[in-house]
Structures are given as C-alpha cells and as structure tokens.
Design a protein around this ligand. Structure first.
Ligand code: GTP
Ligand code: MG
Length: 136
C-alpha cells in the first residue's frame, strides 16, 4: 500500500484544528503510521520546498512555515496520495470546494494563499522524498 506525507501547517496547529483534520483523514479510511509535532528549520523547509525556490511566494511561504509548530504525519492506504489531495482541496482556500479540509476550514486571510492548513505529497516520488526529510 501507498504512503503519503501530510503536514498540518502552523495555521492549522495555531487554530487548534489538528484533531479535526486528523479525524477527517482517519474517517476516510487512511491509517496513521507516524505522527509528531515539529518546529521546522529553514534548512528542512529548503529541502521540502526545493521545487518552489525562486518563486515569488517562496520566501513568504518559508516564513509562514517557520511562524509556529507544524504537525507531520505519515498516512497509509490504497491511493492515499491522490485521496488525501482530494480531501485537502485545491491550493487556494478561498475557492477550495466545500467539504474539503481547505474549503471548510480555510479562507484567504488577506492575500495569504500559503495559509491553507495542510500539505500533502503530490506523487510517489515526492512522498518518498518528503518522508525522508521529515522522518529522518
Ligand atoms: P501543498 O500540498 O502544500 O504542496 O499544496 P499544493 O500542492 O496545493 O501547492 P503547491 O505545491 O503548488 O504550493 C506549495 C504551497 O505554496 C501551497 O500549499 C501554498 O501554501 C503556497 N502557494 C502556492 N501557490 C501560491 C501563491 O500563488 N501564493 C502564495 N502566497 N502561496 C502559494
Ligand atoms: Mg505541492
């Protein structure tokens, strides 16, 4: 079976939504494999977001991810990579579909698309890469 890396971003942790978000993922049928709260470092985030280095939103994104603790989890299940991204909703929380994590819990807090509550790996390669980064 497949595994994915899920992050609950600093906005989700600060808003006390960790349990609600994890409950939705479990309710869908995915199994929790590993879970921890992490104070990310710039070095760790540079690795995690290497595909976005140089983009206009990169620096604000990293600053945001350093603004408070994040919760990192590995979830397992059949097609969990696609399944979790569907559950999370599209990137911009303002327009993410109702019923998704971003659509139900998120809004655009003033031009801050990075405040979208969760991250999920987008392919088997990125899941493998990201799990190594966050779980040593
Ligand atoms: P992740 O699951 O977090 O990777 O989201 P994603 O795959 O939907 O988005 P993507 O990988 O393209 O971008 C990574 C993160 O950068 C997003 O989750 C947002 O937090 C942030 N981001 C992406 N695009 C924008 C943008 O246009 N503006 C801002 N401010 N942030 C962005
Ligand atoms: Mg992404």
């Amino acid at each position: 079976t497949e595994r994915t890396l899920v992050l609950i971003k600093p906005d989700g942790v600060a808003r006390n939504l960790t349990g609600a978000i994890l409950a939705r993922i479990e309710a869908k049928g995915y199994s929790l494999v590993e879970l921890k709260k992490v104070d990310a470092t710039r070095e760790l985030l540079e690795q995690h977001y290497e595909e976005h280095v140089g983009k206009p939103f990169y620096e604000p994104l990293v600053e945001f991810m350093l603004s408070g603790p994040v919760v990192a989890a590995i979830f397992e299940g059949h097609r969990v990579i696609e399944g979790f991204r569907s559950l999370a909703g599209t990137t911009d929380p303002t327009t993410a579909a109702p019923g998704t994590i971003r659509g139900d819990f998120g809004r655009d807090w003033g031009l801050k698309v990075q405040q979208n509550l969760v991250h999920g790996s987008d392919s088997t390669d990125s899941a493998e890469r990201e799990i190594k980064i966050w779980f040593q």
